[in-house]
Design a protein around this ligand. Structure first.
Ligand SMILES: Cc1cc2nc3c(=O)[nH]c(=O)nc-3n(C[C@H](O)[C@H](O)[C@H](O)COP(=O)(O)O)c2cc1C
Length: 243
């Protein structure tokens, strides 16, 4: 199993520690676990040129230096673990910057096929509030990427440093993580998208059937999604079965 952790800060703080606890629950020795820290691993703002959407993501000014590597890691992972503290009620700027770079992958444009069989966990901690809006910042992107199963966990830790988090809160976190980990599976081949994701796919498919934006329409055609193929049905694509 390949696990990719993407951290919204460089800190090994509360959010990071909880993300690691999730990973420790599911990972085995033979697994590959990679940790990325932002902004180090992707420090460039999206310039808003929209070249990724209008032409190709490979023409993004940040593709060769950063995005190629990060995107490969994301695509290869079976499980994505995102962590971010609440920063003024939202995700950190560094993580938002990374998510901005994937506008072209929204289902309305060119979703990556492997998303439809991935699991993801989003973790946030705040001193007191804003966990819901922060998780929504991450989850919205993952949903529109087509990630099959998205789980979220947020908690107020009443502290700036993990070392200062009260023992009673840490105990609650341990219990909550146990529960969360039960929802994850190591049987990655069995992961299929939630109904909501499939519905969104079919709405986007309908849009692409009458689509005017050529790079997107060509992509959907090439994938066979305007025909019988579906991104979550690899066997069906090979045999040409109807969904
Ligand atoms: C710039 C900044 C903004 C913050 N904004 C909020 C906030 O809006 N709500 C909140 O509850 N905590 C806020 N905090 C506190 C952190 O979210 C909290 O301490 C968190 O647990 C830190 O997580 P970390 O250890 O993973 O970095 C903020 C902290 C910083 C540095």
């Amino acid at each position: 199993m390949k696990i990719l952790m993407i951290n919204g800060t460089m800190r090994h703080g509360s959010s990071y520690h909880i993300g690691k606890m999730v990973i420790e629950k599911i990972a085995r020795e033979e697994d590959q676990v990679i940790e990325l820290f932002l902004p180090k691993d992707m420090p460039e703002y999206c310039r808003g040129c929209a070249t990724c959407i209008m032409e190709s993501e490979k023409k993004c000014p940040d593709y060769l230096m950063y995005m190629k590597r990060v995107t490969r890691m994301i695509d290869e992972a079976d499980l994505l673990v995102f962590t971010s503290p609440v920063h003024v009620l939202h995700v950190t700027g560094a993580l938002k910057v990374l998510l901005d770079h994937y506008g072209y992958r929204f289902m309305v444009h060119r979703p990556e096929e492997s998303m439809f069989s991935k699991q993801a966990v989003c973790v946030t901690t705040g001193a007191g509030g804003g966990m819901r809006s922060t998780l929504k910042d991450i989850k919205s992107s993952l949903f529109f990427w087509g990630v099959a199963r998205i789980y979220t966990y947020g908690i107020a830790v009443s502290a700036i440093r993990w070392e200062d988090v009260e023992m009673s809160i840490k105990e609650k976190i341990v219990n909550d993580v146990d529960q969360l980990a039960l929802k994850l599976t190591r049987d990655t081949a069995s992961v299929t998208p939630a109904l909501k994701t499939k519905i969104l796919f079919y709405i986007m498919r309908h849009i692409q059937q009458n689509g005017k934006h050529l790079p997107d329409v060509a992509y959907w055609k090439e994938k066979g999604w305007l025909g019988k193929a579906r991104p979550w049905k690899k066997a069906a694509q090979k045999t040409g079965q109807e969904n």
